[in-house]
Every structure is written in C-alpha cells, then in structure tokens.
Design a protein around this ligand. Sequence first.
Ligand SMILES: [Zn+2]
Length: 82
Amino acid sequence: MREYKNKEGRILHRIICNGCGKIITVQSGMPMEGVFQVRQVWEYMSGKDGEIDNFDLCEECYDRMTAQFQIPLTRTEMVEMV
Ligand SMILES: [Zn+2]
C-alpha cells in the first residue's frame, strides 16, 4: 500500500509491502528498493466486475509468490534506450 504526504495523493511518503508489512522508504518520489506495484481493474467477465484492487509487494514477497508458479515466469533483460 502507498501512503501519501498530502490528501491529494500526489507526494508519495512511503510504501508498505502488503505481503509482510515491510516499509519501503521513498526519496524524491522514488522507492529505494524494488517494488512490485499492482493495480488490477476487474472487468465484466470476472466475479469482481467494476472493482479495482491495489497492492504493493517488496522484492522478497514477489520472489516468494512467483516461486509458487507451476510454470516459471519469463525474465528477460531490458534494453536501455540511449
Ligand atoms: Zn514483503
């Protein structure tokens, strides 16, 4: 989950991992660790039509979650745009 410094929600204060409660510090709007941010919009064919789920996971919780996959995730190198 994300906590903001102001009510308008424009200045990010800190991120709390929904999986383990770890606090991820934010400096100048940038998380100081890897964060898996999810914003899932559930659409008509789902059982949660019209609902939006938001959560954040720290890198350790992300690794734990993806390690449970029956089929491993695909990881590739990002090509830097210079
Ligand atoms: Zn975590």
